[in-house]
Design a protein around this ligand. Sequence first.
Ligand SMILES: Cc1cc2nc3c(=O)[nH]c(=O)nc-3n(C[C@H](O)[C@H](O)[C@H](O)COP(=O)(O)OP(=O)(O)OC[C@H]3O[C@@H](n4cnc5c(N)ncnc54)[C@H](O)[C@@H]3O)c2cc1C
Length: 399
Amino acid sequence: MSDTIVIIGAGQAGGWTAKTLRDKGFTGRLVVVGDESWDFYERPPLSKSALQQAQPPFSPLFSAETLAALNLEWRRPLRAEAIDRAAQEVVLSSGERLRYDQLVIATGGQARLPGREWQAHPRVYTLRSWDDATRLRAGLSAGQRVAVVGGGWIGLEIAATARGLGKAVTVFESQPRLCQRSVDPDVSSGLLALHQSHGVTVHLNCGAVTLDDQQGLALIGSAATEQQAFDCVVVGIGVTLNSELAARAGLKVAQGIVVDARGRTSDPAIFAVGDVAQHPRLGLCLQSWAWAQNQAIATAAAMRDPQAPEYDDGPWLWSDQYGHNIQILGLPGVADRTWIRRQPAGDVYFSLDERGRLTQLVSFNDPRTVKLARRWQASDRELDPAQLVNPEFSLMSLK
Ligand SMILES: Cc1cc2nc3c(=O)[nH]c(=O)nc-3n(C[C@H](O)[C@H](O)[C@H](O)COP(=O)(O)OP(=O)(O)OC[C@H]3O[C@@H](n4cnc5c(N)ncnc54)[C@H](O)[C@@H]3O)c2cc1C
């Protein structure tokens, strides 16, 4: 068994890996390399409560006592620059070489920008880290006109939060609909209606959005709009996964780092967890809180016991917008048809395949149905659309 385990990346997945290794009895040297200065933390609050309050408290993943009990050797803020697989060493930005018996890559991703000029503009922000949220909070307080570039989940959450702060918000989406990659057209329409009903201006079909400077303000132009000046521009157009370290070390990388259902990469001494690890069955990176936590826990357990249960859960994520809790379970299929159940608390969208099996459920404020839907998916249950859309019909009778 290992004497030294090195974890690269001190985010949510890195944190759960460290904690689980200790919970499972690992008593050896556990070294965590992180390029942020903070203890492990979760990112979902960054686009929600961390922007709403003037001085939100930093909320770590683990209490101070739990963290101390993990007995970690920190290397921070430092970057892992290379992995020398032959020597089983990680090379740090400080020049130190850390020998490992087992290595975990938990490097997540970084927010993308449309071009280099965006990085230099003082009114442009991205949101990935606690430090980004601190900067964005200041940016949001600097003026009224806020542009959100990108109508995906993070962009829409920022739009909703900025509206809650009383800002005039304009969303620029390159595609014909919101959240195009993750939900079907009916859900996109529901999201559009939600944002418009809260006074957000949404421009679709924007193509590549342009940035110019107008005396310090950001001028945003697009295929669908005239140029417009903004006090604050937040870009939420997706993430570049931090997989280059793995690729340079010769590990198999596709969309993300290729791992099996126990988190093992193409090198048996190296594991990958969280956003940067590709789902073993679906062949894509889920980039969600649930995957970052549960796949990391399962991987750490398997590092201690190669026969530990495999982890293969499908996609589940949530988003909070305007006080609505939106949960997304599964992925939409190309041949699916979507059925909408209209309820007083919020709509529920069921995407069914040609055999009536649920491929994706999107629920507004209905966590009970999400729970139930997990069972339907697990048992491959055939569903009757007439029952699903009838608000008089109790879905609980389909337990
Ligand atoms: C603003 C925001 C809101 C979100 N909201 C939701 C939500 O509502 N629901 C949901 O399901 N999911 C949400 N997510 C997604 C969820 O937070 C991520 O899936 C999760 O954080 C992934 O965890 P991770 O540990 O894999 O990566 P990260 O949390 O990104 O951690 C990776 C860490 O590794 C560090 N690192 C990278 N490269 C190196 C290196 N070479 N050397 C040292 N350190 C390195 C990074 O700086 C970072 O600290 C949200 C994400 C963001 C950014």
